[in-house]
Design a protein around this ligand. Sequence first.
Ligand code: HEM
Length: 390
Amino acid sequence: MNCKTFGAAVFVLATLLFNPGWAQDAPEVDRARTGGAQTLEDIMARQKQLEVDDSFRSENLGDPANAAGISEPLGTLGGRSDPDIWRAVRYNEIDPSTQVRGPAVDVLIQDGGMPWYKLREGPVITYGGGAILAIIILLAVFYFIRGKIRIDGGPAGTKIERFKAVERFGHWLLAGSFIVLALTGLLTLMGRSFLIPVIGQEAFSPLAIGSKWLHNNVAWAFMLGLVMTFVMWVAHNIPNKLDWHWIKSGGGIIGNAHPSAKKFNAGQKIVFWTVMILGFSVSLSGLSLLFPFQMPMFADTFGFINSILGTDLPTALAPHEEMQYANIWHSIVAFLMMVAIIAHIYIGTVGMEGAYDAMGNGQVDLEWARQHHDLWVDEVQAKQRKGESS
Ligand code: HEM
């Protein structure tokens, strides 16, 4: 599956999940008894979240051409009965003027709220939480089978500088903020289902308020960390032929080979680009949530995807729907990142002897460096020799 197809698949999946009625169409309804108006079967089908073709309502909005003359009874309705007008309100086919001023106030009814809520409380929590538990179990099993990746022949005892202070600062800014965001995000998403039943609403309230405050403000540190690490490391993360060789030999994680690598090996490049691409996307959807109705982006994105893939994603979205999509997308991307980062934290700590030092004090054992980044060691030592001789 190439990148575009994968992206489209994720989008289509999200759209399908968004509309729980996707699984089944509602059965045909005979509306002769109601003179074409909604029947009990229609209402029941909607409550079961089946896909109801309600064009019989959404297109039945009256016709100004039918207006009675001004001097005749009901002339002021202008060809539309009260039900016609309320249907127009219901389907957002009217251009109301409201006393309240502000963005999105002229949408009087928008019915994406329940599907959004059900998706967020249901599949997002189940699959997202499930993915986190699954990766933790998988890593525990992996650790049990493979054990810690040791330095063959033990450490050399001499050190080589792997990351400068500014690089480590950028990494920990990104990592620290991500961990705060992940914890407060999970609390916001799952608190209602898992914490309120245990600690009660009164105790949960300050937690939720604090969480929201932290999440909204720490996001800026994450974005700064993302930009810093991107700028400092992008040049070392451009894929090359060596990466293919590294992947083919299982990176030395599976098996005991030590495939050659420069500053970052293919596995780390995958982590880097996952963090950058998902981090950028989670930041964009996060900003759109932080500034409600100011940064709608899904209608345009769906339009773009439709134009490339010929899909039929919705492009006429009410401002509230934009927010609902932003919220669901934000959660999906955050979960993907959390899964990737848990694996990253594993390899940077318990999974590999000597790895943590790289981000701890910046100095790694020379033998570790030779085994995992031999070409980078050659480069550093060549530079040092050049520096000494000049
Ligand atoms: C307790 C948490 C974490 C630990 C212990 C940790 C550890 C490390 C270590 C040791 C390295 C350097 C590996 C090397 O020498 O080449 C590294 C690199 C990196 N870290 Fe982390 N990290 C943590 C959390 C995070 C988080 C939360 C993010 C992003 C959201 C992140 C993103 C990166 C990136 C992009 C790199 C460079 C690519 C790579 O080496 O995989 N790290 N981390």
